[in-house]
Design a protein around this ligand. Sequence first.
Ligand SMILES: [Zn+2]
Length: 475
Amino acid sequence: MKLIVVMVSMIGLQSALLPVQAQTAAPAGSTAGAFQADSVFFRKMADNVLSSPAAYENLRVLCKTVGPRLAGSPGMYKSEAWGEKAMKEAGSDKVWLQECMVPHWERGGTDEAWYSYKDEKGKTQKIKLDVLALGNSMGTGSSGVTKKAVLVNDFDDLEAKKDQVKDAIVIFNNHFNPRNLSVGQSYGESGSYRRSGPSRAAKYGAAAIMIRSVTAAQDNHPHTGATSYDTAYPKIPAAAIGLKDADKLISLLKSGAQVSLYYKSNAKFYPDAKGHNVIGELTGTEFPEKIITVGGHLDSWDPAEGAHDDGTGCVQSIEVLRALKAMGYKPRHTIRAVLFANEENGLRGGNKYAQEAKAKNEQHVFALESDAGGFTPRGFGFTLDKQKLENIRQWLPLFVPYGVYQFSNGGGGADIGPLNRLMGTPVAGLSPDGSRYFDLHHAPNDVFENVNKRELDMGALNMALLIYMIDKYGL
Ligand SMILES: [Zn+2]
């Protein structure tokens, strides 16, 4: 009797001494017992991922030995070889390349811009602008263009000024709204000028456009990113300006000064190139024909290393395979890590993956993407049946100790969107803290040094935990 009392009090003490995280790992209420084994598995998985150098080292090699890897560039081929090797080293049962034709756009050297105006003493001032041509944009030809600059605040203002923009370079004053709680929303709003600004201005005869870089960063790095043209209008050159330079130019234009702007870009398209999605898988032991996909995109913009966008998503996806394999976990379903080709300026890889899945009548039960930066994970956003989302929200208390506190309605990723649209596959996206993402997104400072190992690993860990739960319990 006495012995039992001692044992009980020891257990009580032991649990009091456990770290807070371990105590809260079990879900509250009636689900606690059901998920006890999972709570233990989560802890072991955390030990494995957080003490492994693999994901961070993979990212270092990708950033420092491959670097930029836009579709069709030499970097693309180097990155495919890197991905294939990394998938094998992670312990994949099978690794292969899925061919897809990709667009091949090149910047063609350094983009140049400067503006000139007469100051209050009548003296001509000439000021350089830090710019990057928008991805997929047309160049100006090697001699560049010189035109008057016209400030346009938004698309309504463009309509009001449609008679003034003919043969001018339109400067869009597309602010990144700091009041939105979701930075993604600000990106979407400000980014609409990057995506459709050129054709909207070309409709009224503009010669070229420039936008404020789609960021709230406090530095002057210009941020590129894809634009697209409406074939109904001429394809005019387009560039993004670093925010400090943009602020100066825009305040000058607001003062009523007559400003002449020079812009030169040698950007152009070459014939489509042969690219590949890189795929590795752990073959399912119970339902090998049912597939769970986890991925990121392998391509990245030319001025940087594509560290957060989306090197982190690639190495996190590979880490999911590595960690499950290293723990001796035998997945019931086939788990595939996919490094998608050409997300940035074409989405051909994501489209190809879904088209082939449909053509082969594959069964895709779930797909997860990480393409919002390798920052501290906060949650996952899901696009799936509401009832299914309610069901899996029971798992959330298991994730809280590892930093994920939200399973929100809505989310996914550009590359897995086609799976959802073509085959109705439920999808989700990792939602890391977004505060710093747009400081470096598509800009020269998106480099390895700006990725924190622990933040990267915490994202990979939560992805692996989610994949494990879906593999074990289904949706
Ligand atoms: Zn991306």
